[in-house]
Design a protein around this ligand. Structure first.
Ligand code: PEP
Length: 219
């Protein structure tokens, strides 16, 4: 079955040239659906991957200095937008209400949202996931991809145990039956295969800017 593999470059690499090198390397035929999400300034179309963004603003145009709208992303060839990433929740103080507005405007612009949810270490996982899904998806009719990303596993090298990933996958699926559910959190070329066998896909951060690692994951 076709799996969804998202590469979240985060605020990397350091130049347009380095980003172009990554795009060229990842532009290969694969059985999976590969979505590459670079910083806005490096968006570059390819033949075999789909473009996504790491965020967008909650309006289409206007006096919002420094923001990038869903309409602009659509025009640049994006089809997906990652929303509610834990790094944005932490550093930009994004909350569920704002994320909900972003999901709505993305869907209006025919962009597919990838909603990130996940608990911090020590939090009650089911309570957090239920609440994030309820608030972020309030009044949403269109289809949204869900990325389960336990915050303690992001960029730490600590992957969630397979049985816990499966448990979270089933929990989320029960709430949002029609959504594809991905896992994210220290996915690499060694653990990707196993994780892909129990989920609909993976959201890869750090390993997505490492050519060898990411090629091994998408193949
Ligand atoms: C992410 O950026 O969503 C992520 C999961 O990062 P990493 O793969 O580096 O843990």
């Amino acid at each position: 079955m076709k799996k969804i593999i998202i590469g979240n470059f985060k605020m990397n690499p350091s130049s347009k040239k380095k980003a172009s090198d990554l795009f060229k390397a990842f532009d290969i035929k694969t059985k999976n659906l590969v979505i590459l999400c670079p910083p806005f300034c490096f968006l570059e179309k390819g033949e075999n991957y789909i473009l996504g963004a790491q965020n967008c603003f909650l309006k289409n145009e206007g006096a919002y200095t420094g923001e990038v709208s869903p309409k602009m992303l659509k025009d640049l060839g994006c089809k997906y937008v990652i929303l509610g990433h834990s790094e944005r929740r932490e550093y930009q103080k994004e909350n569920n209400e704002e994320i909900n507005k972003k999901i709505k405007i993305c869907l209006e612009n025919k962009l597919k949202p990838v909603l990130c949810i996940g608990e911090k270490l020590g939090e009650n996982k089911e309570e957090v996931l239920k609440n994030q899904l309820k608030e972020c998806l309030k009044g949403i009719k269109g289809s949204v991809i869900i990325a389960y990303e336990p915050i303690w596993a992001i960029g730490t090298g600590k992957t969630c145990k397979n049985e816990d990933i499966l448990d979270s996958y089933n929990f989320i699926k029960k709430i949002v039956k029609e959504s594809s559910v991905l896992y994210g959190g220290s996915v690499n070329s060694k653990n990707a295969k196993q994780i892909l066998s129990i989920t609909d896909g993976v959201l890869v951060g750090g390993a997505s800017i490492n050519k060898k690692e990411f090629l091994n994951i998408i193949k």
